[in-house]
Design a binder for this molecule. Structure first.
Ligand SMILES: Cc1cc2nc3c(=O)[nH]c(=O)nc-3n(C[C@H](O)[C@H](O)[C@H](O)COP(=O)(O)OP(=O)(O)OC[C@H]3O[C@@H](n4cnc5c(N)ncnc54)[C@H](O)[C@@H]3O)c2cc1C
Length: 479
């Protein structure tokens, strides 16, 4: 075959990209394209946006970086706005391609678009989706996804025992294009203004300024693993909440496919050979395996992950009180640990894993709000949103998903354990800065005199709590 169209989706990289490399071996020339689908920016049924400004910016930067990489190899990244099922067949015709290579992803909407593109192509054009985004390849799983274990630990033991991780594929040196593209406009990568977003402000308190693109992702690996030498203590620090180095912060690059998990694994193994191999270094592989678990679970359960009753069909009574939900999403519940995390998310697009677990439990266990509202809000705000990781973790936290816990997180004891000196809450809630430690996580215990003394009037400087949280936890304990 002579020409392939390579349709990039959430695989915005040249290193270890099977769709790109397979296209190169099957054809002589290729036309790489990214389709900016307006449906990915629309509203959800939960009254939230599908993609907010942090992730939009990250994606635009990633596209610019990918375009640079392809140009360095003699290629181009063509960018089109529209629905892929319209754009791809049109491009195939313009450049006279015989085949389309692309990434496949297990989530319902992604699959629907993939199917629509396949069906819109003429029968003479082949369509080759490639599995590109997990550590373990789907074809290498010891048990097919339809029968996989829904509990993480036994599933992990099985894959670790019976499967292996493929080596990453080197990036191509050249990206040859057909002469037919000479007259084709490469298209413009949209800016935030084009997409109608306000620019997210830079904030010194942000854990990182997440810059999109494979180059920036590799720089993060360089700085976290190699220069900072942090992997040797990763397991011990990963429950932290302040600063760049308590965890890898690789999630946004993984979610957009700027980095491949297999390439990261190769770096971990190199680190283990050249520096140290211990439980902490293994733990990053362990977390990447958690990520895989949810990806494969989505293949197995599909749409069930988006239902209120989840994959286990658990009926719970969920409240749909908009006012309560709005206070949660604005970070004005009056519970500092929750509000600080949500304000970090709103401002920067990121929240630590510890924070995510706590705010999710607070919304679902303490406030009893429909967990899907929270998941949809995270979908809007997170810079690292990934459909399987997000909805899978939310369902888990709400007690309707995998390994489901029926135990809630007590955000007060969590706060006192993981933010012992209240440095985290006062970073994001400076209005509480002057409070003695014993009140920083429980300001409702301040008497009227103390509120005057410390200059924090509840309901004025900081909200009065949305519920009597201490009583609520006593009730939950008794259930
Ligand atoms: C309610 C909730 C929603 C979440 N939504 C997302 C999401 O949309 N996108 C996302 O990437 N992660 C999500 N996570 C998982 C986890 O919180 C983030 O991956 C992690 O905080 C990202 O920071 P990091 O890269 O420094 O993680 P690290 O601790 O350094 O972990 C390394 C990588 O392992 C993967 N990983 C770690 N923990 C998990 C996990 N529990 N589930 C799946 N993958 C994991 C991520 O790719 C991460 O980048 C969610 C967790 C919860 C509790």
């Amino acid at each position: 075959m002579e020409t392939a169209v390579v349709w990039f989706r959430d695989d915005l990289r040249v290193e270890d990209n099977p769709a790109l490399v397979d296209a190169l071996s099957a054809t002589e020339t290729m036309v790489p394209v990214y389709v900016d689908d307006p449906r990915q920016r629309g509203d959800t049924r939960y009254n939230t946006m599908k993609r907010g400004p942090h992730r939009e910016r990250f994606r635009q930067e990633s596209l610019r970086d990918l375009r640079e990489s392809l140009r360095d190899r003699g290629g181009e990244l063509f960018v089109r706005e529209g629905e892929p099922e319209g754009v791809i067949p049109q491009l195939v015709e313009t450049v006279d391609a015989e085949v389309v290579f692309t990434q496949t992803k297990p989530a319902t909407e992604e699959w629907a678009v993939e199917t629509a593109v396949r069906e819109a192509l003429p029968l003479t054009v082949d369509f080759y989706p490639r599995w590109t985004h997990t550590l373990y390849h789907i074809e290498d799983l010891p048990t097919p996804t339809e029968q996989m274990n829904d509990t993480f630990t036994p599933w992990r033991h099985e894959v670790e025992r019976e499967s292996g991780i493929r080596d990453p594929i080197a990036s191509p040196e050249n990206v040859p294009m057909p002469s037919s593209v000479g007259a084709v406009d490469p298209g413009t990568i949209p800016t935030l203004d084009d997409s109608g977003f306000e620019h997210p402000p830079d904030d010194d308190r942000a854990v990182l300024r997440f810059e999109g693109g494979e180059s920036a992702g590799k720089r993060r690996v360089e700085s976290y693993l190699w220069e900072g030498d942090h992997l040797r203590t990763y397991k011990q620090t990963r429950n932290g909440m302040l600063g760049a180095e308590y965890s890898s912060k690789l999630s946004p690059w993984l979610a957009a496919g700027c980095l491949s998990p297999r390439w990261i694994q190769q770096e971990i193994e190199r680190y283990e050979r050249e520096r140290v191999s211990n439980e902490d270094t293994y733990w990053l592989t362990f977390e990447l395996t958690w990520r895989d678990f949810f990806q494969f679970q989505f293949v197995k359960h599909g749409r069930a992950f988006f239902t209120a009753t989840g994959i286990r069909d658990v009926s719970k009574h969920w409240s749909r009180d908009r006012t309560v939900f709005d206070r949660w999403k604005q970070g004005t519940t009056g519970v500092p640990f929750v509000d600080a995390n949500i304000r970090e998310l709103n401002r920067t697009g990121y929240m630590s894993n510890r924070g995510r677990q706590n705010v999710a439990s607070f919304l679902t266990d303490a406030l009893g709000i429909d967990w899907r509202w929270g998941a949809a809000y995270f979908e809007e705000r997170l810079v690292d949103y990934d459909v399987a990781s997000n909805w899978g973790n939310w369902a888990y936290q709400a007690g309707v998903g995998n390994d489901s816990r029926d135990n809630y997180f007590n955000v007060l004891s969590q706060a006192e354990r993981y933010d012992t000196d209240a440095a985290y809450v006062t970073t994001w809630l400076p209005e509480l800065d002057g409070l003695p430690l014993e009140y920083a996580h429980r300001p409702w215990r301040l008497s009227a005199d103390q509120q005057t003394q410390y200059d924090v009037e509840l309901g004025v400087d900081y909200p009065a709590p949305i519920i009597d949280i201490e009583t609520r936890y006593s009730e939950l304990r008794e259930q």
